[in-house]
Design a protein around this ligand. Structure first.
Ligand code: NIG
Ligand code: FE
Length: 415
């Protein structure tokens, strides 16, 4: 069959070995079906996948753009659902000291997040913008076309708004390449120059959040709930305001220790809860009962010598699902590589490679509340990555290289 002369922009990708999750529902991981078909043609119209047909039935039109990938594996582009990609400076010295036995907890007292806050406050708008653009390109080259970015290294009204405005500017400028989902994480640490904890919490809730909302500077509000950051009660107060203002909610939970933050899940709807290294079975039962997406961060667990395998086993036992992400940040995960996260998830923690693949695509999109990407299915965005590896089995096995050859965003080649 030949579709002709419709006048709209069409693209076809020929000779694709399509490998993709093939449902958009939040299914238990083990029920997520895999689409694995060689010699397919992906038909794209106006940036959206129209059809996936065998090459023998390939439609052609005269003015179509045609890309022949000659049998290469084509997967949905990846979604990075948890990054702290806007910051200045580095914490290399802390990192190496940690390798020699210092703990992250202790480092938070003298440096830690607040050290990056100082460097970020001292950086110009332009430097922060250029840094973020740089990291965004690094992600794009590896097949990431949707990227969440959290604020959180400003930690006062002016500085957090400044970071979110820079994220917004990059978001506008780069939208044809990578879609940015901004998150307000004012509650990342208690700033050391705050008058008091209570004072800063009130500033976030009364002053900053309404501006973030009015200027539409963030989709999500996130809180780092931990002994080194905010208590469950403080988080409750912050989420209460965020929820009333209409923000979607995310949370850093059970990263460094266990606490009773399941209470927050009972009270507010969370799109995702992230880290979960110290989550208990009962916590995860609430997560799944609420339809929230748990996000595992293998690189952070690896950096901090925690074990996500235990959390993963609980998830599987509960017939649940999960997403993964890099948690890219200068403190606990200085690696802007989704492939590194997959490799570490596989080699260090023993998570199955196809589950890590699903967790980086369809479930990662769900962790941002998105149901129009992350799987090569008709109706989804034509955000695709063409791989240089001959099969998905090679992921995690061949590692330390970027397996992405070409990236399509909304049906256009961008890399
Ligand atoms: O996700 N948990 C809070 N935020 C980061 C660490 C940030 C930092 O150390 O600079 C994380 O691990
Ligand atoms: Fe994080």
């Amino acid at each position: 069959k030949t579709y002709k002369g419709i006048g709209s922009k069409k693209t076809v990708i020929l000779g694709a070995h399509v490998v993709s999750p093939s449902a958009m529902e939040l299914l238990p991981m083990e029920d997520m079906p895999l689409l694995d078909k060689r010699d397919q043609v992906i038909v794209i119209e106006e940036g959206v996948i129209k059809d996936i047909v065998p090459s023998s039935e390939a439609p052609f039109g005269e003015e179509w753009e045609v890309y022949d990938v000659r049998g290469a594996v084509v997967i949905p582009a990846l979604t990075e659902c948890h990054t702290h990609a806007i910051f200045a400076g580095d914490r290399a010295a802390e990192f190496h000291a940690r390798i020699q036995g210092e703990t992250y907890h202790d480092q938070q007292k003298k440096g830690g997040i607040n050290a990056t806050v100082s460097a970020t406050r001292n950086a110009s708008d332009e430097a922060l913008l250029r840094n973020l653009e740089y990291w965004l390109r690094v992600f794009l080259r590896q097949g990431v076309t949707t990227l969440e970015v959290k604020s959180g290294y400003g930690l006062n009204h002016e500085q957090e708004i400044r970071l979110l405005r820079i994220i917004s500017e990059v978001k506008q400028q780069q939208q044809a390449l990578v879609e940015v989902a901004p998150t307000y994480l004012g509650a990342h640490a208690v700033p050391k120059d705050a008058k008091s904890r209570q004072d800063y919490i009130e500033e976030m809730v009364m002053k900053t959040m309404p501006v973030v909302r009015n200027e539409n500077l963030a989709d999500f509000v996130d809180v780092f709930v931990a002994s080194v950051a905010y208590t469950v009660e403080e988080a409750d107060f912050i989420y209460n305001a965020a929820h009333r203002l209409g923000f979607s909610l995310k949370a850093h939970l059970w990263e460094l220790e266990h606490d009773n933050s399941w209470k927050l899940l009972e009270k507010y709807p969370f799109v995702s809860v992230d880290h979960l290294d110290f989550a208990q079975r009962e916590d995860l039962e609430v997560v799944f009962a609420k339809g929230t997406v748990p996000v595992l961060l293998p690189l952070t667990a690896w950096h901090l010598s925690y074990d996500i395998r235990r959390t993963y086993d609980l998830i599987k036992d509960l017939k649940g699902y999960f997403a993964i992400s890099t948690d890219f940040n200068p403190g606990t995960s200085f690696s802007p590589s989704p492939w590194q996260a997959i490799t570490v998830g596989h080699i260090e923690f023993g998570l199955p490679i196809f589950e890590l693949f699903f967790a980086s695509t369809v479930y990662a999109a769900k962790a941002l509340g998105l149901s129009d990407r992350g799987a090569i299915l008709p109706g989804n965005k034509a955000d695709l990555a063409v791989l240089s590896v001959p099969s998905l089995d090679w992921l995690g096995y061949l590692h330390g290289i970027n397996p992405v050859d070409m990236v399509f965003k909304n049906g256009s080649p961008v890399q």
